[in-house]
Write a protein that binds this ligand. Structure first.
Ligand code: ARG
Length: 115
């Protein structure tokens, strides 16, 4: 019914752009926020974002304080003993592109350069 609010609680640590961070207005933004909103929409839930320390995320999930964690989290063997991981949703096969034989191959190479 309309008065029945289904809330999907997401845990994240909004300090990891472009996955999750806070914009100038203090609002959580980023790829994981967009993905979580999409998941909530698909399920017919309202997303509730719980921003916390990265190290507290797995505990929050284990104690039911959040329903899911999206926080750029890698599936390590240690973490896999305590929580389940989805199929991988991000493998960046994307690169920044420069002209042939450029010496710009990493973010570090851009340091001190002007366009
Ligand atoms: N991928 C790394 C990990 O799982 C870093 C993730 C950091 N995420 C964050 N929201 N601070 O350990």
């Amino acid at each position: 019914s309309a008065d029945e609010t289904k809330v999907l609680k997401m845990g994240t640590s909004a300090d990891f752009p472009p996955f999750e961070s806070r914009n100038a207005e203090g609002k959580e933004v980023g790829f994981d926020i967009d993905l979580a909103n999409h998941i909530a929409d698909e399920l017919g839930y309202t997303l509730e974002i719980n921003d916390m320390k990265f190290d507290g995320l797995i505990g929050a999930l284990q104690t039911g304080r959040v329903d899911m964690v999206l926080s750029g989290m890698s599936a390590t063997d240690e973490r896999k003993q305590n929580v389940d991981f989805s199929t991988e949703y991000n493998r960046s096969g994307e690169f920044f592109v420069t002209e042939k034989d450029s010496d710009l191959k990493s973010i570090e190479d851009l340091e001190g350069k002007t366009v």
